[in-house]
Design a binder for this molecule. Structure first.
Ligand SMILES: [Zn+2]
Length: 279
């Protein structure tokens, strides 16, 4: 399987490509008149830079929404890459302890689902696992990437990870949320922010206007009302009655609260998975 069959790109808005990668993660490419911005880099199993070149000839700057391997693993394939420095320890911990588990789980999930082997021709697991961690450039909250004809604003929102970053595109009004805003908020990691900090940060964003929200694990654009639904779900979490959740890879235990969504989404429920000692 070549890189052009491995990845799939859909233009979801003017000059905005949502790039799908097997394993259920998306990266996003935004095209300006002079430059492009790539948000996240996927697992890094296949040649994403070559695929991006099939979509644009513009110089590409790269920003990571956070340090998890399904977003940052491919960063070693690019030159300069920006991240919130707060998430560098997260990236390093995943590089050191989670990469092999992630490769194994990817393989297992494909087999269990009866799906064909999707490893790209060029993928070498030993080389992937042995690749050293990379260095990054530091993002600042409020930083602007001027792409020519459109500006991308960096918005820090501690939540899913303490160093989680979102990107706002002034041309379409879209907010690219990484793993930080969707129908399923995972905020139970040791490196997640306290739930109350996330709640305050999300409330502070309610005064701003967004046309929609693009999340890194869904192919569709969420209506901005998803933020309100998340806040409602957070306000109703209850460690006394919420169900136990076990992380499928690490076995970490957390609690899960769900509320029925009133939005017309492919997902009928809004989930908040949280650690009761970090409310
Ligand atoms: Zn994540």
């Amino acid at each position: 399987m070549s890189f052009s069959d491995y990845f799939g790109a859909e233009q979801v808005s003017e000059g905005v490509f949502h790039i799908y990668e097997p394993g259920g993660v998306y990266t996003t490419l935004i095209l300006g008149e002079e430059k492009a911005l790539l948000i996240d880099t996927g697992y890094g199993f296949e040649d994403l830079p070559a695929f991006v070149r099939t979509l644009t000839d513009l110089p590409v700057q790269v920003v990571l929404t956070h340090g998890h391997t399904d977003h940052a693993g491919g960063s070693r394939l690019f030159g300069e890459v920006f991240i919130n420095p707060e998430d560098i320890p997260v990236y390093l911990w995943y590089e050191k302890t989670q990469k092999k588990l992630i490769v194994d789980k990817f393989r297992r999930d494909r087999a269990a689902a009866g799906l064909p082997d999707v490893w790209p021709e060029s993928f070498n697991a030993a080389a992937y696992l042995a690749a050293p961690p990379r260095e990054f450039k530091a993002l600042k909250n409020g930083q602007i990437f001027d792409l020519g004809g459109r500006r991308e604003e960096i918005i820090f929102l501690p939540g899913h990870t303490r160093g989680s970053v979102m990107v706002f595109d002034d041309k379409t009004g879209l907010l690219f949320s990484g793993d930080n805003i969707s129908s399923s908020l995972w905020i139970f990691f040791d490196h997640s922010a306290p739930l109350s900090q996330y709640e305050a940060g999300l409330k502070a964003l309610m005064g701003r206007s967004f046309s929609g929200i693009l999340y890194a694990h869904d192919g569709f654009i969420y209506p901005p009302q998803i933020m309100e639904e998340l806040l409602t779900t957070i306000s109703r979490v209850d460690p006394e009655t919420d169900r136990v959740f076990i992380h499928p890879r690490t076995g970490q235990r957390a609690l899960k609260h769900r509320e029925k969504s009133r939005l017309d989404l492919p997902h009928p429920y809004i989930y908040v998975v949280y650690e009761p000692s970090r409310m």
